[in-house]
Design a protein around this ligand. Structure first.
Ligand code: IPM
Ligand code: MG
Length: 402
């Protein structure tokens, strides 16, 4: 191929990416309003097992949720559905990141609780299909990845609003090997896409009585796309005169989360997709490990709740799946309850997870046979939710730790 032909091929490819993204911006501009769960009956909750340790922690969590919503299920206010087939084997066989019938089933639910799914990577033997997570976020337009991290005894109460559908992820499978020596990926940041995530962060801050929103980019280097995110942040902040905001660069932010003197000052953090992916793993680790953090993927019509970690194939290979810690998915379950309007039940579940995982710790999760199995921990949480003394117990633990 001549250089001209190589360039023409690259231009053609870039043109297709641009055309798709222009169409996407149009769709974003026409986007409807938020669903009102109080007007929906039944609220359909889909349970998706996933890969690796997914089915184990999924079962433990499902039992707790079915128990907590037993009355609502029998009165017809909620309906649980089990969604099969979001497994790497089925996805590889169909060569689809989410097989059509599975996607239909997911779209038939208002909210789903999803175990981790395996994301194929170069050389792992699975075909190069897109991550099921990334597809689901795009298909259902789950643009806000909300990840809370709390360490009450340190005064840490962070809520990350990670943009979930743009950035390098929007077209992460559409990069181009221009020649054998030149690879180019594309990064997409749009005005409406930035606006809705930043607005979600600021309005959360306003609702939750927070003082400050911190916007994280690398706009000094990545001037066009991060520059846009920051410009939009300025604009959105004007709608919230009572909320302070500040801008940080991702590198120093990563360091500051480790600064025990400063880190308690951060409250709500808003950031583009990839920085959010990385920073929230760090934050979860500070809280006690990625196994302790839940994650909400929220769109205006659908929402999906999941653990922030992966499917832990090593645990499965070493026959330790049954010892996986279900805390992250239980946390996600509590966030789901709050999201659809069962605020009190959700809050109780959060408290029970705190008591079981952070304070009382009658059972220890070690990820191996030296600790408790997943289902026993689930039962422990369930018993703790039912404990009439839960509120006062939780309160005294928090005070003692503080
Ligand atoms: C996450 C995960 C996913 C991501 C992977 C599994 C695609 O790391 O939810 O943070 O990168 O978003
Ligand atoms: Mg991640």
């Amino acid at each position: 191929m001549t250089n001209e032909q190589t360039i023409a091929r690259a231009k053609q490819h870039f043109g297709e990416v641009v055309a798709e993204q222009l169409a996407r911006v149009e769709r974003l501009r026409r986007e409807g309003d938020w669903i009102d769960y109080s007007a929906v009956s039944p609220i359909v909750i889909g349970m998706i097992g996933g890969d690796g340790i997914g089915p184990t922690i999924g079962d433990a969590t499902q039992k707790v949720l079915e128990h907590l919503l037993a009355d609502e299920a029998s009165s017809g206010r909620v309906e649980f559905r089990t969604i099969e087939g979001l497994t790497i084997e089925n996805r590889a066989a169909k060569m689809q990141s989410i097989p059509d019938d599975v996607l239909e089933a997911i779209k038939g639910c208002h909210v789903t609780l999803k175990g981790p799914t395996h994301t194929p990577e170069k050389g792992d033997g699975w075909p190069n299909i897109e991550s099921a997570n990334v597809s689901m976020r795009k298909e259902l337009d789950l643009f806000a990845n909300v990840r809370p991290v709390r360490i009450p005894k340190e005064g840490i109460d962070w809520t990350f609003f990670r943009e979930n559908t743009e950035d390098i992820y929007a077209v992460g499978s559409q990069g181009i090997n221009v020649t054998q020596d030149l690879a180019i990926d594309f990064r997409v940041i749009t005005t409406p896409g930035s606006e809705r995530i930043l607005d979600a962060a600021f309005s959360h801050a306003a609702r939750a009585g927070k003082r400050r929103v911190t916007v994280v980019t690398k706009a000094n280097i990545v001037k066009t796309t991060d520059g846009k995110f920051l410009d939009v942040a300025k604009k959105v902040s004007e709608r919230y005169p009572d909320i302070e905001w500040d801008a940080w660069y991702i590198d120093i932010m990563t360091a500051k989360l480790l600064d025990v003197k400063r880190r308690g000052e951060f409250e709500v953090l808003a950031l583009p997709n990839l920085y959010g992916d990385i920073l929230t793993d760090e934050a979860a680790e500070i809280q006690g490990g990625v196994g302790t953090a839940g994650s909400a993927n929220i769109g205006k019509r659908h929402a999906m709740f999941e653990a922030i970690h992966g499917s832990a194939p090593r645990m499965v290979m070493e026959n330790r799946a049954q010892y996986a810690d279900p805390s992250s998915l239980l946390r996600a379950g509590a966030m789901m309850l709050e999201h659809v309007g069962f605020n009190e039940t959700g809050a109780r579940l959060h408290k029970a997870i705190d008591v079981c995982g952070m304070y009382e710790r009658k059972l220890r999760m070690t990820g191996r046979s030296t600790g408790a199995p997943s289902d026993e921990f689930g039962q422990y949480v369930m018993d703790t939710v039912e404990d009439p003394a839960l509120d006062s117990k939780w309160q005294s633990y928090v005070e003692a730790a503080g």
